[in-house]
Design a protein around this ligand. Sequence first.
Ligand SMILES: *Cc1c(COP(=O)(O)O)cnc(C)c1O
Length: 441
Amino acid sequence: MIEDYSRDLVRAVLQEVLEALRRDIRAERLTGEALSRQLDALEPVLESKLRSRLQSSLRQAINATGVIIHTNVGRAPLSPQAAQAMVDAATGYSNLEYDFALGRRGHRDAHLEPVLCRLLGCQAATVANNNAAALLLILNTLALGRKVLVSRGELVEIGGSFRIPAIMERSGAVLKEVGTTNKTKLADYREAVDDQTALILRVHPSNYRIVGFTHRPQLEELTALAAEKKIPLVEDEGSGHLFPSSHSFLEEEPSVQTTLATGVDLVCFSGDKLLGGPQAGVIVGRKDLVDAVRSNPLMRACRVDKVRYAALAWTLACYETGRQEDHVPVHQMLSATADQIESRARRLACLIDPRTFRVLIRPGASLIGGGAAPEREIPTSLLAVTSAIYSVNEMERRLRQQELPILTRIEDEQLILDLRTVFPPQEEIIASAFSGMAAGH
Ligand SMILES: *Cc1c(COP(=O)(O)O)cnc(C)c1O
């Protein structure tokens, strides 16, 4: 063990194990027999603790929830080719910031800016660590100490700690709320503009909808107002929906291209939501504004490493060649039909022991998740499992605590699995987890 793990680590872990044992002895939690069993097992226990020390606590899981861009389990999964591009960039040197043709220093944006401009029809592009960083950079660059107009209906919180007013404050910009929660009119923006106004910010209501007695100005009206007042209009688009898309449920979702074509000056969006790439915050639009963001000293603190440039470049190349539905997992999952998922569900159902489990195949809905088209449900086919031996909660827990955790959902007293978000080779692993439960472990 000392050879494999180093003397210091072995000693430290052994001391931990012994200390735990002493605590149990002092507290009289161990009978003499239990103690000698524990002492006999000291070596394997030590070995397994050492092994787990060297493993990352971050590990793969199977997402059978049907939520495609599931924030808690890592959002967009990448294709093997995108992952290979990351490996290639990670394991060697590259032209990240070097122009080999000219033999002089280059810029890392050179690897993404041309493809983004071709795809989106914009003048310039740069990339930050994530969309929160992109927005922070934009506000800090263009509105430090000055006012930013935002509709009260768009003061969004995107899960956890991302809140527009908080980001605004830390960026050094001054939030100027306009309109009301349900109704903001063009006139509200117009009246709020003064000589302290740096920009107008539109935020995509990613994860909610305001319905009923509502109003939001048309994008055309806002771009006209921004042009007239000579202040930039910035849109936090969030999900990175690129056009064209054959998914009918995304029809009403604004695309980055149409937003830019309508005259928005700067758009930012995430790389790992609907785009289906690695974590990133893409900033696209007018060249003078992108250049200003790029030369902000904070850019250095928010920039993206070579590994993610590689994966993002590969993902964007899929879009440019129209192959995203063949190669980008998020789009493969979005485009699977309910029939295709049903036949996979039926195949899996046949592998589950009918003496322990009752499995029904029934229609249901998958969710896009990740703050894109929140109320949009995609028709799917579900496995609904019940058991005379295990409660639904017990099944959910046991699957979640597998060596390779399987995440499911519970609905109407049934355990629900949606294979839309499961990769086909994982079906066998799910089947054997059910077999293990049927065998009583
Ligand atoms: C998701 C989202 C963000 C945050 O993006 P990250 O990439 O998670 O930093 C910001 N704004 C909107 C509108 C979003 O949907």
